[in-house]
Design a protein around this ligand. Structure first.
Ligand code: ADP
Ligand code: MG
Length: 698
């Protein structure tokens, strides 16, 4: 029997395959490109392309594609076959270096937020050699970036790679100041924990809302939801276990380090976490993971829901972005060190993150903003929309002592002088697992917990990498110019703590009192919705910072802002239209039919005995009739609210109208329909209930 070891990465053109199939010269040259970003020569590209094709064909591939991540949020691919006609009437299989490096998909159908009009109609894809090519089905997939001919990014990978470079550059400056001249590069690593729901395909097919929008737009609360907390870490049901086993196999073949899996808080909710890896690879892998989760589910007669809030009143799904920075030698810069000097370096990197999160809290909020995630943030199941940093009491105590120039008493009650003594080793173990914090230090990494389950992790990491690069740049400018490095270093750390301690919060993030304190006393941002936060992408300070590090141009930022708002509007409009349709063509007729049968029953009873009161029937008919009136009026109001959107001057105004009217009308219509569901006989209800959906998988 083959073991994981035998098939792990079997569908990946990874280092092992490269070493075996490339000449030493080509391999070394490619390695320099991968590790150090050296320029790739066309001769090398040709050799790599040829080896890649040979390997792919041997493994059953007939086509290749440049695999990329346009701004739609999913991945895109256009397949070309390897065949070229040969003079003898047959075909030969060809794949050149040029085809490997660059592709030209028709960009006109991908969102560009006005960029194409301003610049150039066509776009091209460019190979990202740092992320391995892989085989999916019969296609060799080559991870690529997607740009316009003017060089403007039309995807999520390009700015992500740029942000990694910005972070690398500034972090190396800091390491050099600490006397480290060996590190060749610094990279951010990410381990995303992915939550999802599984329901049966049979139930899914009966719900237009799930099919069109990925979430339920109606549904009364089931008698049993997640009250018992009996699902979390509970025994995995056989059908789910079979799904998870096959999912792991598929992911392992693709070299994705799927590691942990368990049930989550809500019924039918589960989580999968891979072992962390370099940011851009983690991003590619997470996109692939989401795709394969859905594919494997289909093979098991299931549907994997990746929406942030598939069910109202039940916990939604998020994605925890575990993030750290380390050198090519494997030193984690967010890990407390063994000597006071290393500790100072750790504290400086820690401060860089604290400062970055405070200065660019708006960008972090923006990076997770979608219509779906707006339902989760601040709903007492996920972090609030207010960004804050959790450090834990110990680390917090240390920072406070530094700020006040005081000696610090650790858990052992031993006094220690910072900068002289080694930081206590307890940090990792005592870091309390505060689940309510949006951005928590967990011993040697930060966990950014605001991401929605369907978000690409690229956006959050672009902002995080660049904001931290900016803190490091400011530090490096200051420290490089300082006469006395140590004195300047402590000043920088102290100043950061003094200026940015408002972002540190170690309490309960779900508490309303915290939101008041955060906004009223501490002046932190509280952008509840996508239309609230998105325009701040174009605030002067944000544009200046992101353009200074060459992560985005101003035009790219404008286009992204527009695309994100467009996505928001389109998503909600589809939901609104689906609601109107379901309310009119399914719900109202069902309630009406039930009421009519009730009326028939009452008159039949009275025909038997005219003295019968039929209080049950008449009472219910009255209630149902009032509800069908409300449903009809609610559908009408909602439809009109959608029509009104046509009057909006621009996408910003449209998104605000959606927030202020469409979403309000949607919830009014829902209340009436959900009430009707609780009064209508189940056999009349036109689609499966929450109870059916949440407990459908055995
Ligand atoms: P929990 O649910 O307890 O937070 P999990 O084990 O589900 O933890 O997930 C933790 C994630 O953090 C994993 O993806 C793991 O690989 C990742 N991780 C661990 N150490 C680091 C690190 N130094 N940098 C980035 N990610 C890390
Ligand atoms: Mg976990």
């Amino acid at each position: 029997m083959s073991t994981v070891k035998d098939f792990f990465g079997s569908l990946v053109f990874d280092d092992r395959v490269m070493k075996a199939s490339l000449s030493a010269e080509v391999y070394n040259s490619l390695k320099r490109t991968i590790d150090e970003g050296a320029r790739l020569d066309i001769g090398v590209a040709n050799a790599v392309a040829d080896a890649m094709k040979e390997w792919a064909v041997q493994n059953g591939a007939t086509h290749y594609t440049h695999w990329f991540q346009p701004l739609t949020g999913i991945t895109a691919e256009k397949h070309d076959s390897f065949i070229t006609p040969s003079p003898d009437g047959g075909v030969i299989l060809e794949f050149s270096g040029k085809e490997l490096i660059k592709g030209e998909p028709d960009a006109s159908s991908f969102p560009s937020g006005g960029l194409r009009a301003t610049f150039e109609a066509r776009g091209y894809t460019a190979w990202d050699p740092t992320s391995y090519a892989f085989i999916k089905g019969k296609t060799l997939c080559i991870p690529t970036a997607f740009c316009s001919y003017g060089g403007e990014a039309l995807d999520k990978k390009t700015p992500l790679l740029r942000s990694m470079e910005a972070l690398n550059k500034q972090a190396l400056r800091i390491l050099r100041l600490f006397g480290n001249d060996k590190a060749k590069y610094v990279r951010a690593s990410v381990g995303p924990e992915q939550e999802y729901f599984l329901i049966t395909k049979e139930m899914y097919d009966q719900r237009p809302d799930l099919r069109f929008t990925g979430r339920t737009l109606f549904g009364a609360k089931p008698p049993k939801g997640q009250e018992m907390d009996d699902h979390y870490f509970g025994v995995i049901k056989p059908r789910v276990a079979a799904y998870m086993a096959e999912l792991n196999q598929e992911l392992w073949k693709l070299g994705i380090l799927a590691k942990t899996e368990h049930n989550e808080v809500a019924p039918a909710q589960h989580e999968l976490a891979p072992i962390y890896t370099t940011t851009n690879i983690a991003t590619d892998h997470n996109q692939l993971t989401m795709e394969i989760m859905q594919k494997v589910a289909a093979r098991h007669g299931l549907v994997c829901l990746l929406h942030e809030k598939p069910f109202a009143g039940v916990n939604g799904s998020g994605k925890h972005n575990n993030w750290s920075i380390s050198t090519n030698e494997g030193a984690n810069l967010l890990s407390p060190g063994e000597t006071p000097y290393e500790n100072a370096q750790f504290l400086l990197f820690l401060c860089a993150v604290i400062k970055a999160v405070d200065d660019y809290q708006d960008l972090l909020r923006i990076s997770v903003a979608t219509a779906g995630n707006d339902h989760r943030l601040g709903a007492n199941e996920a972090p609030p929309a207010v960004v804050s940093v959790f450090l834990g009491d110990e680390l917090n105590g240390i920072l406070e002592a530094i700020e006040k120039d005081a000696e610090y008493h650790g858990v052992e009650k031993k006094k220690m002088k910072l900068g002289v003594d080694v930081l206590p080793r307890f940090l990792r173990d005592t870091t309390d697992r505060n689940r309510t914090s949006p951005f928590a230090f967990t011993g040697n990494k930060f966990e950014f917990r605001m991401l929605g389950s369907s978000n690409s992790i690229a956006c959050a990491n672009i902002m995080l990498n660049t904001a931290v690069a900016e803190s490091l740049r400011i530090y490096a400018d200051e420290l490089e110019a300082a006469g006395d490095f140590n004195a300047a270093l402590y000043e920088v750390i102290k100043k950061t703590i003094r200026d940015h301690k408002r972002i540190i919060f170690n309490g309960n993030g779900y508490d309303d009192a915290w939101i008041r304190e955060a906004t009223e006393k501490r002046g932190l941002c509280n952008y509840r919705t996508t239309p609230d936060c998105m325009p701040h992408l174009l605030d002067k300070k944000n544009v200046e910072m992101l353009t200074a590090h060459k992560v985005f141009s101003e035009a790219e930022l404008k286009s992204r802002c527009e695309i994100m708002l467009e996505n928001y509007c389109k998503t909600v409009v589809i939901e609104a239209n689906t609601m109107v349709d379901m309310a009119r063509t399914q719900i109202a007729p069902a309630v009406e039919a039930y009421a009519a049968d009730m009326a028939k029953a009452a008159s039949a009873k009275r025909a038997l005995d005219a003295s019968l009161v039929c209080g049950f029937e008449t009472g219910l008919i009255k209630k149902l009739s009032a509800l069908t009136d409300r449903i009809a009026a609610g559908a009408q109001d909602l439809e009109e609210a959608v029509v009104q959107l046509g009057n909006a001057d621009d996408i910003g105004a449209e998104s605000a109208m959606i927030r202020d009217t469409v979403l309000v009308k949607m919830s009014e219509l829902r209340v009436a329909c959900d009430k009707a569901e609780t009064l209508t006989a189940k056999s009349y209800w036109p689609f499966p209930s929450y109870g059916d959906l949440l407990f459908s998988v055995k």
